[in-house]
Design a protein around this ligand. Sequence first.
Ligand SMILES: *Cc1c(COP(=O)(O)O)cnc(C)c1O
Length: 393
Amino acid sequence: MTTRFGDYGGQFVAETLVAPLEELCETYDQALQDPIFRAELDHLLTTFVGRPTPLTRLQHLGIEPHGVTMWLKREDLTHTGAHKINNAIGQALLARRLGKRRIVAETGAGQHGVAVAAACAYLGLDATIYMGSVDAARQRPNLQRIELLGATVQLVDQGTATLKDAVSEAIRDWIGNPDTTHYLLGSALGPHPFPRMVREFQSVIGQEAKQQFLDATGRLPDAVVACVGGGSNAIGIFSAFLDDRVRLVGIQAAGDGRGARGKHAAPLVYGTPGVLQGMRTYLLQDDNGQVELTHSIAPGLDYPGAGPEHSHLKDIGRVEYLTADDNEALNAFVALSRNEGILPALESSHAVAGALRIAPSLPRGSQLLVNLSGRGDKDLTTAMDALDTRKDA
Ligand SMILES: *Cc1c(COP(=O)(O)O)cnc(C)c1O
């Protein structure tokens, strides 16, 4: 298995991680070939995660006069409320196969932490979740959920005390305990084989969505739209359509919308290639290669890099990467809630905002498929505060 996607990816790690990564590659390859592993994973996806998730046709978003129809793939309806559980349950099963009963993971918004804690509780594994202390303060309900699900939370005060620092600490833990511990990375990021493995575990989104779309309409969508933080929900849905004549659009977070350094999280739009956390990929970095600060109203998009496969898909022109800013995401959050009865995560609201932006330019009769990566309950405080600020302004 190649470790790269074109010029991106690779395994830029400390020597102590080479052997554990090799072991992970071998076990993962064997597991993929093993019908028993596949069957067990499918069983868990059905009985624990709640798959298949439905496809919903929207009716009142305001694009109907343009003759454009939008459909949502409903990852918000999975157990724990976002696509992250697909990968968490897959890797937890893999950890068991590796004979490792301790899991470490990073979390930013807490969604991945909740998914890992739930998967580990169900499969009887110990979980330690690293979380930046700044994130822990602004995502208290998820911190409480993680603890209720029996995982240990380790707060991280280093650096900006956010996601990137939590990743570094989780890796440090793994380096110290490779024989007992599996690092359950939450997005299509990091050193090989994580980007391929996470893509594989998320590809169920695209496989289901493609079949459901064909069943509902008799054809493929004209465009598929997904938000891109690390890139796992996007690559999960895109993977089924890469060889089809379907336009693929990734939406990154433009933050305050002015493209200024430190005020957005759109490396695939404003970044340059560099090395971070084990991979070569597009990054937000200064001229000396120092990683820059990021901002997005959606905590799950607030990361300075994107998965290496997305960097490759950008360079070869197979996927377009556009942005939606905090305001547009908030508008989409309100519009989807009021007009369709679906409260989206702020991350997913970026995908909806991007789809709403391109809809008027599409030919009449076009069909858009949008991945609704998660539900918005976790974002109520953030969204209500932002809407109040808007009223005051
Ligand atoms: C974490 C998260 C994201 C961003 O992660 P990707 O790996 O880019 O998918 C998007 N949506 C939701 C709901 C999330 O929790």
